[in-house]
Ligand binder design. Structure first.
Ligand SMILES: Nc1ncnc2c1ncn2[C@@H]1O[C@H](COP(=O)(O)OP(=O)(O)OP(=O)(O)O)[C@@H](O)[C@H]1O
Length: 322
């Protein structure tokens, strides 16, 4: 028997680890790119041996010519690889805002809807260590703070479906090599190299420049930074959730004197969580809004209400915010 190529083994091991603790059928989200194709091939091998059934969903965003053919080719390969059920989900991408964000939003909605409809307990995504490093670098450059630099989580539960990222410790180079070793032909998404996209510029210029200047360890170190910050952020979020409960007063108000006792990092998290609870859309809720709320608490000089996104005013009355 031919020896198993190390990149194929690395991807399978990562999938095996991620599937531990998954109780029901899984779906691979596959674009046909090298990362998710290697993920799908590994899942087709590993899942049945772990007693799980595995299917695949490929999303056709309808944004590029030939996208329907690409989706059909991915689906037909998946069937031949033994994945079942296999679905092509066609989505309509909103023309408002950034096309990247709109496509992502439509994609995740379609993936979660497919998982719910097909009774899958988890959706597997092909983000790699390189994607994680890019995410950290982008977040650092945008000043997103520790939550952003914590990168993409290995697991996130949405509407009862676990979104899993088994390949966060696997490099893009390994997924490409795994595809080559298995004679799979990945599709190259032109968006990945289109300089119109910030992530593509990070991938093609910023990260290679950092590697050149600081050495190959940079990618791994950025991904490790994400892991460390994710653990810190989770701990701070838990502390903030408890502090929010202590600060709550009737009629959805917060007690300013409780908030003033908190360290900055906890207080701003409490205010952020509270603003989201009141209906401020997370994507529009910025550092600036939280800073203005914080000024009502810490720099009170009788200023007027803060207007949160979604048209929600928050005012201070005495020692209450509401
Ligand atoms: N059209 C799609 N259909 C299904 N899943 C998708 C699609 N596009 C992306 N995904 C999922 O989201 C993950 C991240 O995609 P993204 O486009 O951000 O990165 P990528 O590096 O281009 O990934 P890949 O090489 O797998 O296409 C993919 O690995 C895949 O699991």
């Amino acid at each position: 028997m031919a020896a198993l190529a190390p990149p194929v083994a690395a991807v399978r091991t990562a999938v095996r680890q991620a599937l531990r603790g998954v109780g029901g059928p899984v779906l691979v989200a596959c674009s046909g790119g090298a990362d998710s194709l290697a993920l799908a091939a590994a899942t087709a091998f590993v899942a049945p041996r772990a007693g799980l059934s595995a299917g695949l969903v490929t999303v056709d965003h309808g944004l590029q010519s030939g996208s329907a053919e690409r989706a059909a080719a991915v689906a037909s390969w998946a069937e031949s690889a033994g994945l079942s059920p296999v679905e092509v989900a066609t989505v309509v991408v909103s023309r408002e805002g950034s096309p990247e964000a709109a496509a992502r939003e439509a994609r995740y909605q379609a993936l979660i809807a497919a998982a719910t409809r097909l009774g899958a307990s988890a959706v597997l995504l092909g983000h790699t260590r390189d994607d994680q490093a890019e995410t950290v670098l982008l977040a650092l450059a945008r000043g997103s703070g520790p939550r952003g630099m914590a990168g993409m989580p290995r697991r996130r539960d949405v509407e009862g479906v676990a979104l899993l990222r088994p390949l966060l410790d696997v490099s893009r180079d390994e997924t490409r090599k795994a595809c080559a070793a298995l004679s799979l032909n990945p599709w190259d998404d032109p968006h990945n190299t289109d300089p119109a996209y910030a992530r593509a510029r990070v991938r093609s210029s910023a990260l290679p420049a950092l590697v050149e200047a600081l050495g190959a360890g940079v990618v791994d170190n950025l991904a490790r930074t994400a892991r460390l910050l994710a653990a810190d952020a989770a701990a701070l979020d838990a502390i903030a959730a408890a502090a929010l409960e202590r600060a709550r007063r009737p009629e959805d108000a917060l007690d300013v004197t409780e908030l003033q006792r908190l360290p900055d990092a906890v207080r701003t998290r409490v205010l952020h969580a509270w603003a989201r609870e009141r209906g401020a859309p997370p994507a529009a809720l910025s550092h600036r809004h939280v800073a203005a709320l914080d000024a009502l608490v810490m720099a009170w000089r009788g200023q007027g209400p803060v207007h949160l996104p979604g048209g929600l005013p928050v005012a201070r009355r005495g020692t209450l915010l509401s």
